[in-house]
Write a protein that binds this ligand. Sequence first.
Ligand code: AMP
Ligand code: FE
Ligand code: FE
Ligand code: ZN
Length: 300
Amino acid sequence: MSVTSEPSAHGPAQEPGQVIDLHAHSTISDGTESPTELVEAAAAAGVDVLAITDHDTVGGWEEASSAARRLGVTLVPGIEISCAVGGVSIHLLGYLTDPDNAALMDELAHARESRATRLERMVARMAADGIPLTYEQVLAQVAPGATPGRPHIADALIANGTIRHRDEAFHEWLGEDSPYYVSHHAPHPVRAVELVRAAGGVPIIAHPFTRTRSRGVDEALIERMHAAGLVGLEAYHRDHGPEQVARAEAIAERLGLLLTGSSDYHGEGKLNRLAERTTGADVLDAIEQASSGETTIVRP
Ligand code: AMP
Ligand code: FE
Ligand code: FE
Ligand code: ZN
């Protein structure tokens, strides 16, 4: 990194070089493009290095890796684990985890099962209140083997003509403060960090200070996660304004954490566009070095 580089809300200033986007979703969770289509979109957007980070699953890795080899995109296998502490939801990115690690895979399987039950309960509450919706309609929106989530309820309401965009469903019915909201099983963030490390992976907190949430991650919790092996913070993200970016930079400086920037692309499901935030090549190198090497970056 050049000594003259100035960080900004759009990501750390970089030498012109590789475009690195380390946070994106496919239909294997709540993105709207298949892993192949996601990698195709990345190639078209000029992304050199893409991480696939579906919620609570590694189910898209294989397909994304084949597409990446074919299209000349470098692929970083990743996950985004939904964690919870005291009713606050926190997302933890885990890069290069071993997909055969039983403890981590069991935890993710448990989360996916509980997510399905939870959606069924949310749909029952909504239907009882006269919102035109069935659980079958929601299941029809979830790709085989994918992690079910609230966006699939929104997609069912789009498919049956009730609304036009996911965002409408989140504002009207799906928010954490809605009477229809039901939580699901989610590990404590410190445990999630331990699981990712034990699986040889690299834990980085996704959008730690998301403005749309009631509260961000508090600093004492970040310190506990750091003690458990946390490696970085996703500072550069559309949910962070200059104040949140500055806060992440200050904490990272104090604790010696890496700073990443990414799009959190969900296809048509969100406004986020690929490469709207990016990560430095030096940071990607550090992520690779922090992993056990069991799972490797897929280079074409
Ligand atoms: P869940 O994982 O079921 O709790 O649902 C949370 C997911 O919903 C997040 O990962 C976001 O991708 C998505 N989401 C949250 N708010 C919105 C919104 N306003 N519009 C579209 N998607 C959203
Ligand atoms: Fe999502
Ligand atoms: Fe997230
Ligand atoms: Zn995400």
